[in-house]
Design a protein around this ligand. Structure first.
Ligand code: ARG
Ligand code: ZN
Length: 476
């Protein structure tokens, strides 16, 4: 009753105020922008609010690919908002904002924008609780002509970069807006539902179904929030320092199962090694999921997912070192913009160099020299800029390999002590925040006391094979 009165009153005053204030400085509430301003993905994220927490409460039936339930979003308006967008492509049945029904509309141009118009505008600085109820078959939903939801014979995977969230939960889908999560997914008893963080518990409400309740207590990016449903061998262990270590192996791994386990089961050891280089491991849990459903790997926070083919020819701890290095570079310190993917992939690839050195399989010097020598100057590889590769080349080999060479060039230029001090300080000051490359360069210059502009200009922002060695301009 009281709510209703207030809504009516606010609606009335809005009209009066806009007449009275016409021409004055006070701005009327405006809709939030449809994108957060990313140079590569204009629709990614949204303007006008910041999310603190997502609570997903879903049911998934693999036999029909029906995903249904609701996501509750706790957000704060960063401007007066008459309406705001969420990134979401599934069919919505209702939206409430602070318990009152809100108007909503899904974009008809296939861009996956859900526009929510609350009964009364959201005031800048105010928190709001947004509940979106929905049901759809995500594998049939295209956003920008594509679906990131991968249906598998016994389940589905919500795993992709730069975007996967819009096929299973509404969000502010950009790595600059980090939030905590509760992900609760009910699935038939014969399959598992895996996600990030800690498995709080499994609950049963009705015969034949089990609800898997996952919690991420550290700020997490939308694209690093994942769901893997299917027949898995799930192992719940603890790391030597007492954190949950949950691994899952697809039931169809066949001959690769041994090699997968011989790699993933070493995650805590590899993480402990990386922590000795980068600083304390930033999260509350560890793990890994191996599936035949994808051919790549992704550094999902606390629990990366690995395509089974990585273990075709035997153990592969290098890929574990890569995904675990991302827990620091990419997951704890996130990208301010997708064009600066080097901040993720250059350092994750360098994590492989460090682990190789530790394992006696080749020093970082040897690995860097090998990459440098094996790609001829005329190869198109040297035309891709690791720090601005273009949206179509975001995961080009140059981002990874030339990106790692750039990190190695920094190490050679400043020496080991300073190099690791730079990495550890970066992790401390940027923990649970997004960052941009000029901030990294400034920090490296400050800590080393050396001008490093030319080095980064050469390795990150100049096409062509850098000259190195005694007569070259740049260290390697
Ligand atoms: N960040 C991932 C990795 O380096 C790469 C993901 C590539 N994405 C894709 N859809 N292929 O481990
Ligand atoms: Zn990577």
């Amino acid at each position: 009753m009281r709510l209703k009165t207030r809504a009516g009153f606010a609606g009335l005053t809005a009209g009066v105020v806009s007449v009275l204030l016409a021409g004055s400085a006070a701005a009327a509430p405006a809709p939030g922008s449809i994108g957060i301003g990313d140079p590569y993905y204009p629709h990614a994220g949204n303007g006008g609010y910041d999310v603190a927490h997502y609570d997903l409460r879903l049911t998934y039936q693999p036999s029909t690919d029906l995903l249904s339930g609701a996501t509750t979003i706790l957000l704060t308006a960063t401007q007066d908002l008459s309406a705001f967008n969420l990134d979401f492509g599934l069919k919505v049945s209702s939206v409430r904002v602070d318990n009152r029904p809100a108007k909503f509309a899904t974009s008809t141009d296939g861009t996956g924008e859900l526009t929510v118009t609350p009964a009364s505008p959201l005031k800048k600085g105010r928190t709001a609780t947004v509940v979106v109820a929905y049901a759809d078959t995500p594998s049939k939903v295209k956003i920008d002509g594509f679906t990131a939801w991968k249906k598998t014979p016994d389940g589905a995977l919500a795993v992709d970069e730069p975007q996967s969230a819009a096929w299973w939960f509404p969000s502010n889908d950009h790595p600059t807006d980090l939030a905590t999560y509760d992900v609760s997914v009910e699935v038939p008893n014969d399959v598992a539902a895996l996600s990030n963080g800690t498995l709080v518990r499994k609950t049963v409400q009705r015969p034949g179904w089990t609800r898997w309740n996952w919690r991420s207590t550290k700020p997490q990016a939308t694209y690093l929030t994942s769901l893997e449903v299917g027949k898995f061998e799930v192992n719940e262990q603890t790391t030597p320092d007492g954190k949950p270590f949950i691994t899952a192996y697809g039931a169809d791994l066949g001959e690769s199962l041994g090699a997968a386990k011989a790699s993933i089961e070493r995650t805590p050891e590899i993480t402990e090694f990386l922590a000795s280089k980068f600083g304390p491991y930033p999260f509350e849990a560890q793990g890994g999921v191996v599936t035949t459903g994808i051919t790549f790997a992704l550094e999902n926070q606390t629990r990366p997912v690995y395509g089974a083919r990585a273990f075709r020819s035997g153990s592969n701890t290098s890929i574990v070192a890569h995904e675990q290095a991302h827990q620091w570079f990419g997951d704890s310190v996130t990208l301010g913009k997708w064009s600066e993917i080097w901040l993720n992939e250059g350092f994750a690839s360098y994590g492989e160099f460090l682990w190789s050195e530790e394992s006696g399989e080749g020093t970082a010097d040897e690995l860097a020299q090998y990459i440098y020598d094996s790609v001829p100057a005329e190869d198109p590889f040297w035309q891709v800029l690791p720090a601005d590769p273009g949206a179509d080349n975001q995961f080009d080999a140059a981002v990874y390999d030339r990106g790692a060479l750039a990190v190695h060039a920094l190490r050679k230029a400043v020496g080991d002590d300073t190099f690791f001090r730079i990495l550890q300080t970066w992790q401390q000051v940027k923990k649970a925040k997004s960052a941009v490359i000029p901030e990294f360069i400034a920090l490296a210059e400050k800590i080393s006391g050396k001008p490093l502009y030319d080095l980064f200009q050469t390795w990150l922002y100049t096409k062509g094979k850098p000259a190195v060695g005694p007569n070259g301009a740049q260290a390697l």
